[in-house]
Design a protein around this ligand. Structure first.
Ligand code: DGL
Length: 268
C-alpha cells in the first residue's frame, strides 16, 4: 500500500446489501476512495449454485482489479463469503475481508435463544454450521433463510415501500422465540427499523457492519489515517446488468457514487 495516496477499498455484493457495509466503513474511513461492485445479473446469490457464484465473483473482481489499483477487497456479502474467499486469495495480492454472521457476539448477550436470519444458502452452508458449533455457547439457535427479505431491501432502495405485513409473515417463525436476532445478510441492516418494528424493542438486533469496518480500519496504515485528507474522494460502482432502475441510480448518487459502469458477464 502506498501511504502517500488515499487507499482504495473495493466492496462487493450481489446487489445493494454491500451498501450497508460501505456505510459503516466510510464512517471510520471517510477519506478513502471506494469502488462498489455488484452482480445484478447473478442476484440473488442465496439461490445461486455455489460453483456459478464462485466463477462470477472471481470474474468480476479480476475485471475491476485489472482496471484499478485496489488496496483492500471486502466481500460485503455473507452468502459469497461462505465459499468464495479461498479462490479470491489465490489471485489477489491484497487483503480480502469477508463477512461473518455475528453469532459469537449474539451468544454473549442472549439469555434464551438466538435467531439467525440469512439467505437460504447461508443457513445451509457448512461454514455457518461450523461457526455455530465453534461460537454459540449456551443458548439454542433458530435459523431462518429468506430471499423475500433480500428482495424487500432491494426494493426499498429503489424507492418502493416495505410491506410490514409481509415482513411480519416472514419473521413469524422467530417472533416470541428468541431474544437476539442476527442479521446474517448484508441486505438486512437496510431494513433494520422495519425489522425492529416487527420484533419489538425487547429483541436485540445485531449485524456485522461495525466489526468489518474495524477490521478494514486495522488494515489501513495508521500513519496514513492520521494525515488523511482527500478532498477529491472517488466513489465509483460497477454492475453486471446493462441497465439499472433510475431510482437505484439516484440512491447511488446520494451515497456519493459518481457513476455506475458495466462489467460484461455471462448470463446466469
Ligand atoms: N447480501 C447478500 C448476503 O449478505 C446476498 C443476498 C442475495 O443475493 O441473496 O448474503
Amino acid at each position: 500500500m502506498n501511504h502517500n495516496i488515499p487507499p482504495t477499498i473495493l466492496i462487493f455484493d450481489s446487489g445493494v446489501g454491500g451498501l450497508s457495509v460501505f456505510y459503516e466503513i466510510q464512517k471510520v474511513l471517510p477519506h478513502a476512495n471506494y469502488i462498489y461492485v455488484f452482480d445484478d445479473m447473478g442476484y440473488p446469490y442465496g439461490e445461486l449454485a455455489p460453483d456459478i457464484l464462485i466463477e462470477r465473483v472471481n470474474e468480476m473482481l479480476r475485471y475491476v482489479v485489472d482496471l484499478h489499483r485496489v488496496d483492500i477487497v471486502v466481500i460485503g456479502c455473507n452468502t459469497a463469503s461462505t465459499i468464495v474467499l479461498p479462490s479470491l486469495r489465490e489471485f489477489l495480492s491484497v487483503p480480502v475481508v469477508g463477512v461473518v454472521p455475528a453469532i459469537k457476539p449474539a451468544s454473549l448477550i442472549s439469555n434464551t435463544a438466538v435467531g439467525l436470519i440469512a439467505t437460504p444458502a447461508t443457513v445451509k452452508r457448512e461454514y455457518t454450521h461450523n461457526l455455530i458449533r465453534d461460537y454459540l455457547l449456551d443458548v439454542p439457535i433458530k435459523l431462518l433463510g429468506t430471499t423475500e427479505l433480500v428482495d424487500m431491501a432491494e426494493n426499498k432502495l429503489k424507492g418502493k415501500p416495505v410491506c410490514l405485513v409481509s415482513l411480519q409473515r416472514v419473521l413469524q417463525p422467530l417472533i416470541g422465540k428468541i431474544d437476539v436476532a442476527v442479521l446474517g445478510c448484508t441486505h438486512f441492516p437496510l431494513l433494520r427499523n422495519e425489522i425492529k418494528h416487527v420484533f419489538g424493542n425487547e429483541i436485540r438486533i445485531i449485524d456485522s457492519g461495525e466489526a468489518i469496518a474495524r477490521r478494514v480500519q486495522s488494515l489501513i496504515n495508521n500513519s496514513y489515517i492520521a494525515r488523511a485528507k482527500n478532498n477529491n474522494r472517488k466513489c465509483i460502482a460497477y454492475n453486471s446488468a446493462p441497465t439499472i432502475e433510475g431510482a437505484l441510480n439516484i440512491t447511488f448518487k446520494k451515497m456519493g457514487f459518481e457513476a455506475i459502469e458495466r462489467i460484461p458477464t455471462q448470463d446466469v
